[in-house]
Design a protein around this ligand. Sequence first.
Ligand SMILES: [Fe+2]
Length: 455
Amino acid sequence: MRRREFVQAGVTLPISGLTLMGCESAGSNRYLEGNFAPVLAESTVTSLEITGRIPEDLTGRFVRNGPNPDAAANRTRYHWFVGRGMVHGVRLDEGRAVWYRNRYVTSASGPHPNTSVIEHAGKTFAVVESGALPVELDYELASVDDNVSMGGGFTAHPQLDPDTGELHAICYDWATLRDHVRYVVIDRDGALRSDMKIRLPGMSMIHNMSITERYAVIYDLPVTLSFLALGTGSRFPFRWDDDYEARVGLVPRQGDDRDIIWSSVKPNYAYHPMNAYEDPEGRVVIDVVRYDKMFQNDTNGPFGDSLPRMDRWTINPVSRTVSEDIVDERPQEFPRCHPGLNGKPYRYGYSVAVDSNYEFPALYKHDLQKGIATEIPMGAGRHGAEPVFIPRASAQSEDDGYLMTYVYDKSRNASDVVIFDAQDTDRGPVSSIHLPVRVPYGFHGNWIPDEPSSA
Ligand SMILES: [Fe+2]
């Protein structure tokens, strides 16, 4: 493995500099305030205060990646999606919290991957969409290889096929691909297995995808490259496009792009499906967080034009029609489900509530069979993040496991890692690991269990 020395700023900055002061330009920007503001220092903490008891069957790392704006960010124009990547992680070992670390994601060229952290083929990667390569991280979250080949520019949201161990990804890159995106499959050993070109009528932003037993699902929605935004120097040049048809494509996993089954949906933007699967009638069922509008008035982040709700889209591949039903009107984001049921019929999903201040006061546990969602409040002045479900090794049922998330506590301007028993969320957390620092709001992460032979 190639190892490269990176020039890295920020390591020595004082931890007290937690708020964004001294910016070059004035102006209000919700995505730079409060717990959206950057964390400047990298920290290593090996003595962590714990409330409750950490489950002894959790040995591994809970890692997440998110945007960390440069201190010199233009306040007025800063977009939440373009901050530098910073990975935060906690290592657990048979009931102990061994360390907390946060590290900038560093790469010699291109954007610093800032959206998620994944484990594949025994390696840990920071990932982002729109052309950047993944960056490999070592066990302690340092960037060690910025030239990882997964077929080229990758995505923040590869979908793992739990049966084959393959990663499926829709990769877009407005700067180089222009008229098409790529449907890439990476095998369980990390090698490129297939790379399909999919031509599109425009340059839409394709944040995510889904898999089902027979299909890859592509979301071609009306947020497209804006030459006006590009021409005026926007670092995030995508805008709402009233003239672009919203549609969903079913790509046969064994076919080619001529076989794609396209169906129209109502104009919307969706970053995150909770899951997708095929029902006994051969229809494709997708539970998805969707917005009515995106980047029309609020060009700094996702929440200013509309707040997102959970819908169910049921696609009939024969008639190419979609029924769109509301699952939960309450604003929510960052949905997850049992990782072993990705692309398969499932009953339980998890998401985080979004309020009108663009904060995250509760989690939701969806029971899709009963059609209900239980609210799991984070407490006064406390705000959660993407809830990651971790099945128990000896699980007897789908929701037998843990729900883990980062929670920002305003009263101490710092974050906790909080662990719930997913079957008994009313009881409150079984454990809270109190970090001495903040973990800023946004985006994604995973629980990466240690291999039995490692660490
Ligand atoms: Fe995402």
